[in-house]
Every structure is written in structure tokens, then in C-alpha cells.
Design a protein around this ligand. Structure first.
Ligand code: COA
Ligand code: ZN
Length: 296
């Protein structure tokens, strides 16, 4: 009831309002982008989640969003390691191409997924949904062992990150920067119709906000009650990589029961080993991103 009253009194945000704001922030229909969103942050959006999807689709060439399904994560007997959360069961709903997006990812991703011309990658826990000219290129590179590979293609395309009413705790591109820096990843299992499969899985993103003051491409505007931010994927990835290379524990949270503790332990044991991404290097013409990024 309180939510309803709050929304009813907020000035309505139209598709055109969001398109205008994105245009002013330099998102002019020619760029590709990955977007993270909170529908309720705007107050009252005319047309709801599909109004946001229409605005995004007009503002960019290819729109990508996470369509993660955390509820497919399982804990198979015999594969249990000390860092696994206790509440995971040893069985759960298998991922399918129509599995609903987790509530933690949001209604706008779900609405994008429900568009007839959208595509979705088939990672059982960390899938992405995309629509537009480069959708197949971006989604096609994802694997269980390299779940953030689509961000590498976005990097090569010089795409933008768009945050709609959310902060960097939702900024998935940062995980790709961590990957390149050599931050250790954890093992997780997710259920599919052929049984549970193993995937690499990152630390959490609860402590990602300190990146903001290091970003040079960030620009923001208010739309309704929401703050809309736009920044280059390359800025986000390169900055994350630099911060982690400078301090291997940077951007890890300090909650005692979080899986970030397991990542800290792995760093202490194994150190950082910078990774090259052959997919990205192919896109960029054979140069390691670690050698190139200083020129961006
Ligand atoms: C978790 C998160 C999705 C919550 O945001 P939210 O605004 O509460 O949720 P959604 O975006 O799903 O929008 C649904 C809410 O919008 C509200 N809503 C419904 N219609 C609306 C409209 N026309 N206008 C405005 N708000 C509306 C409803 O309150 C609804 O909440 P309810 O389901 O409890 O009723 C958001 O904070 C977030 O983190 N998003 C980014 C996720 C991400 O990309 N993460 C990357 C992995 S690290
Ligand atoms: Zn954490």
C-alpha cells in the first residue's frame, strides 16, 4: 500500500523521458550497451518494464542485460567445499531457456527476455539476454568456465554500461576486470536438464561502489526519482583491473560469511595470475588487453 501511494505521487516517467536523458548522456542509437536496472527507482514508469525496454532498444544498437537465475545453483553431494553457503540444496529447478530471471536481477531483464526477437545465452546460472545487431556475437562466447566472456565482446565493441537507478554493486562488467586481473574464481554447480554442471563463479559485488571515483567516463542524470549513469565498459574493466592489480583484496566485501573470504584465502595461497582472454584478443586483433588498455 505504501509503495502504491509513493508511486502514485511521483511524476510519471515516459519512454521519451528516458530516451531523451540517454541521448543527452551520449547514448545516441549507435552504441551497444549492457544495462542494469531497478524499475521502482524511477517512481512511476508509464508502460512499466516494457516502457524501459522500448526506450533502451531505441537508444542503443544492441542491448544486453543479465538474466541470471541464482535459484538453479545446487550443492551436489560429493562436490561440497567449505566455502559453499549452507542453505543450498543438493537439487533444484534445472535451467531452461525460459527460466524466469531471479528477482535480484529485476523485471526489466525479464521484460527484455520476453521480447520475441531477444536471445538468451544458455549458462545455467549466469545467462545474459540481448537484443539487436550484435546479440549473437556477444552471447555466443559464454562458457561455463568463462561466464563473463560476453563482457569481453562488449569491451571490444567499446560498449557502454547503463545503470538505471542502481549503483556499481550491479555493475557486472567489473567481474570481467577481476577476471583479467587474475583474481581467483570459485567453483559452483548449477542444475540443467542433464544434471548439475560445474561453473566458475566470482566473489560478491557488495563492495564495488568505491570504483566510482576512479571512473573517468561516468556521466549521470536524474530521470524521475532515479539516477541514470552511463560509462564505458573499457573504463569499468580497465579500472577494476588496475585496482585489483594494485591491491589484490580491493573491492572484496568484509562480511564474515560471504564467499569473498574464500576468494581472500585463495589469493593468499595462490596470488594473482593475470589472465589473457583469447576471444577478446581475437576481436582486438591479437594484442593482449593488458598491453592495450593504457591507450584507451
Ligand atoms: C534487486 C533490484 C532488481 C530491485 O529493484 P526493484 O525496482 O525493487 O525491482 P524490479 O526492477 O524488479 O521492479 C519491480 C518493482 O517495480 C515496481 N513497479 C511495478 N510497476 C512499476 C511502474 N510502472 N513504475 C515504477 N515501478 C513499478 C514494483 O514495486 C515492483 O516491485 P514488487 O515486485 O515488489 O511489486 C535492483 O535493485 C537491482 O539490483 N537491479 C540490478 C540487478 C543486476 O543487474 N545485477 C547484476 C548482477 S551483480
Ligand atoms: Zn562478499
Amino acid at each position: 500500500m505504501l509503495n502504491f501511494v509513493r508511486r502514485a505521487w511521483a511524476p510519471p516517467v515516459s519512454q521519451a523521458d528516458l530516451e531523451r536523458a540517454l541521448w543527452k548522456l551520449g547514448v545516441d542509437g549507435s552504441r551497444d550497451a549492457i544495462c542494469h536496472s531497478s524499475l521502482s527507482s524511477f517512481g512511476n514508469v508509464v508502460g512499466g518494464a516494457s516502457g524501459i525496454v522500448k526506450a533502451l532498444s531505441n537508444a542503443v544498437r544492441t542491448i544486453v542485460m543479465p538474466s541470471f537465475t541464482y535459484y538453479t545453483l545446487v550443492w551436489p553431494t560429493g562436490e561440497r567445499s567449505a566455502d559453499w553457503p549452507q542453505f543450498l540444496s543438493d537439487d533444484g529447478p534445472p535451467f531452461t531457456s525460459t527460466s524466469p530471471v531471479s528477482r535480484d536481477i529485476g523485471r526489466v531483464s525479464q521484460a527484455l527476455m520476453e521480447q520475441a526477437d531477444s536471445s538468451r545465452s544458455m549458462h545455467p546460472a549466469l545467462s545474459f539476454v540481448a537484443r539487436g545487431a550484435k546479440a549473437a556475437d556477444i552471447l555466443g562466447v559464454q562458457t561455463l568456465m568463462h561466464p563473463y566472456a560476453p563482457i569481453g565482446v562488449l569491451y571490444a565493441l567499446d560498449a557502454e554500461v547503463i545503470l538505471l537507478g542502481v549503483d556499481h554493486r550491479s555493475n557486472t562488467a567489473m567481474h570481467y576486470g577481476e577476471y583479467l586481473s587474475g583474481r581467483p574464481m570459485l567453483e559452483r554447480w548449477a542444475n540443467t536438464s542433464n544434471g548439475a554442471v560445474k561453473t566458475c563463479y566470482p566473489n560478491c559485488s557488495a563492495a564495488f561502489n568505491p570504483i566510482e571515483r576512479h571512473l573517468t567516463s561516468l556521466r549521470s542524470a536524474d530521470v524521475g526519482k532515479a539516477s541514470v549513469s552511463v560509462m564505458r565498459v573499457r573504463d569499468v574493466v580497465d579500472t577494476t583491473r588496475r585496482l585489483v592489480e594494485r591491491d589484490p583484496f580491493a573491492l572484496l566485501c568484509s562480511y564474515s560469511h560471504c564467499r569473498c573470504s574464500a576468494v581472500r584465502d585463495k589469493i593468499k595461497r595462490e596470488g594473482l595470475h593475470a589472465r589473457r582472454d583469447s576471444i577478446l584478443e581475437t576481436y582486438l586483433g591479437g594484442t593482449a588487453v593488458n598491453e592495450r588498455s593504457s591507450s584507451f
